[in-house]
Design a protein around this ligand. Structure first.
Ligand SMILES: [Zn+2]
Length: 269
């Protein structure tokens, strides 16, 4: 299998002692490519280094709305600089989080808009983090005329909101929430989404799957999410795998996966 985990925090310090083994296990289960989203400025260097030194890892640095107190105006300038100097696949994860109490919504909005502008100037898609704020995010995307699309990570909105994102060029990120029988709403939405809009993600180490509660989530569990999604959609898993991989490639401009551990065959002139 050739699966893409479109949202995985494998670069975090808590994973550093197990990084190699977790990556090897992910690949052994068919997860050949992983997109690493940013959280705060301090995490970008390690993320970029891991993506430079490991085939199939792609960086999407950004300033996460949940970590507002950590961000400084200078970080936006550094992010813009990175769009010129590093090989990024997206700006992420960015957006609005109205679920956290006491967060300064005006400051979140400002941070989101500045990062949308950076993504637009660099012609990059975005990875959206949105909780209880889908309509406001959609209003902002429209007002900014953002046209580079991306992925709504760990989608938690309504079927109508999913429809609007898709119309706006976004894919819908489906995660381990699907593995819970009681998650009826998102399971029904996932079953009915157009095939060209679905992408897979684990959000490791967050959002543990049913059957793996109490442990850190890991990219090697992505095929379990695929299995459930395929069942919900009454599709053969191979078809859902092919579609989600092709969608992630299209939305993030990824090239099809080169065979691992094999150097490109250059001819001498
Ligand atoms: Zn995340």
């Amino acid at each position: 299998m050739d699966l893409i985990d479109t949202h995985c925090h494998l670069d975090i310090q808590a994973f550093s002692s197990q990084f190699d083994i977790l990556l090897a296990r992910a690949r052994a289960t068919g997860v050949q490519r992983l997109v690493l989203p940013g959280v705060d400025r301090d995490g970008w260097d390690r993320m970029l280094k891991l993506c430079r030194t490991n085939q199939g890892l792609y960086p999407a640095p950004g300033l996460h709305p949940m970590y507002l107190p950590l961000h400084r105006p200078g970080h936006l300038e550094e992010l813009e600089e990175l769009t010129r100097t590093a090989d990024l696949v997206a700006i992420g994860e960015i957006g609005l989080d109205y679920y956290i109490e006491g967060s300064d919504r005006a400051a979140q909005q400002e941070l989101f808009e500045r990062q949308l502008e950076i993504a637009a100037r660099a012609h990059l898609p975005i990875l959206l983090h949105v909780r209880k704020a889908h309509d406001q995010v959609m209003r902002t995307l429209r007002a900014k005329r953002f046209s580079h699309g991306g992925i709504v990570h760990a989608f938690s909105g309504s079927a109508e909101q999913a429809r609007q994102y898709i119309k706006f060029g976004f894919g819908i990120g489906l995660c381990g929430t699907l593995t819970y029988d009681r998650a009826r709403r998102i399971r029904a939405i996932a079953a009915g989404l157009p095939q060209e809009a679905i992408v897979l993600e684990t959000d490791s180490p967050d959002i543990p799957l049913a059957g793996h509660r109490g442990e850190d989530n890991r990219p090697e569990y992505l095929p379990e999410i695929l299995q459930i999604l395929a069942e919900l959609r009454h599709e053969p898993p191979a078809e859902t795998a092919r579609a989600t991989t092709a969608n992630a490639e299209r939305l993030l401009g990824l090239r099809p996966c080169p065979p691992l551990h094999q150097a490109p065959a250059y001819r001498k002139a």
